[in-house]
Design a protein around this ligand. Structure first.
Ligand SMILES: Nc1ncnc2c1ncn2[C@@H]1O[C@H](COP(=O)(O)OP(=O)(O)O)[C@@H](O)[C@H]1O
Ligand SMILES: [Mg+2]
Length: 255
């Protein structure tokens, strides 16, 4: 799924006047690639995810997904957020299959459960299919949330700071899991984050945004290879990329 955002402008009307959020933002994401968007808090990152998923229309500019203009929400997109929001009255497996009840109503229940089990295996939670969300740790809940986002085999996965609330060790485990999921499930991915190591670990390209109104400050290609490990984040090469990113964020924020 190829994504093209062309000259996007967006603002919100508030009691104290218009707040300009996105300013002439253009970028493209190649089919099957993993792009991370990094930028200061409040610059407009979540607004970008809402525009990409068709939940909102930009004031000006166009977004195309596989050549088709985005004008309403699309079922070929999966999303996961900082807060996993699982339903306590459903067990883990039934939380994961929930989107299928909306976008694949006719798929047999048995098939849905098999798909949930397949994903639970990929994230290392095979044993927890019948547990309730409250019986899981924060990291486990986020794994379930990723499974739910992928259950309908979306072509595009949008992640809005999904690991932001987790402790450092859990986060690193989740990065590794996310990388394996991407290899096995083969979707295009857009990750919003303000964790630069996370962006370097997961992405093929990192786009640095300016402060609000967000526009593109800088782009960096990264590639830690197919069999990447967390230790790769502590190499000289990564340190150099981190330094470039920090510098560009600093410039972008001061604009
Ligand atoms: N529905 C809305 N109405 C008014 N202002 C909004 C709305 N949504 C977001 N904003 C404002 O737009 C700016 C960008 O928000 P957001 O995209 O959530 O930023 P980020 O995700 O980068 O932290 C913020 O100043 C926020 O207060
Ligand atoms: Mg946000």
């Amino acid at each position: 799924m190829h994504i093209e955002a062309k000259n996007i402008f967006h603002h919100f009307g508030t009691d104290s006047g218009d707040v300009s959020v996105l300013k002439d933002l253009s970028f493209s994401v190649a089919n099957g690639s993993f792009v991370a968007l990094v930028g200061p808090s409040g610059c407009g990152k979540s607004t970008i995810t809402r525009l990409l998923s068709g939940l909102m229309q930009p004031v000006k500019g166009e977004i195309y997904i596989s050549g088709e203009r985005v004008v309403n929400p699309r079922s070929s997109i999966g999303m996961a957020f900082q807060n996993p929001v699982l339903l306590e009255w459903r067990n883990v497996s039934d939380n994961i299959t929930l989107p299928l009840e909306i976008v694949a109503k006719s798929s047999p229940i048995k098939k849905r459960k098999i798909r949930a089990q397949e994903l639970l295996e990929l994230v290392g939670l095979t044993e927890f299919a019948t547990n309730r969300p409250s019986e899981l740790s924060g990291g486990m809940k986020q794994r379930v949330s990723l499974c739910r986002a992928l259950v309908h085999k979306p072509e595009l996965l949008i992640l809005d700071e999904p690991f932001g609330a987790l402790d450092a060790f859990t986060k690193e485990d989740l990065w590794q899991t996310m990388h394996e999921l991407k290899r096995k499930e083969n979707f295009t991915c857009i990750l919003i984050t303000h964790d630069l190591r996370e962006a370097i670990f997961l992405a093929d390209e990192i786009i640095v945004l300016t402060g609000r109104p967000a526009s593109i400050q800088h782009k960096v290609k990264v590639n830690l290879g197919k069999n990447r490990k967390i230790d790769d984040l502590y190499s000289t090469k990564t340190a150099k990329t981190l330094a470039i990113l920090r510098k560009q964020i600093e410039i972008g924020q001061s604009m």
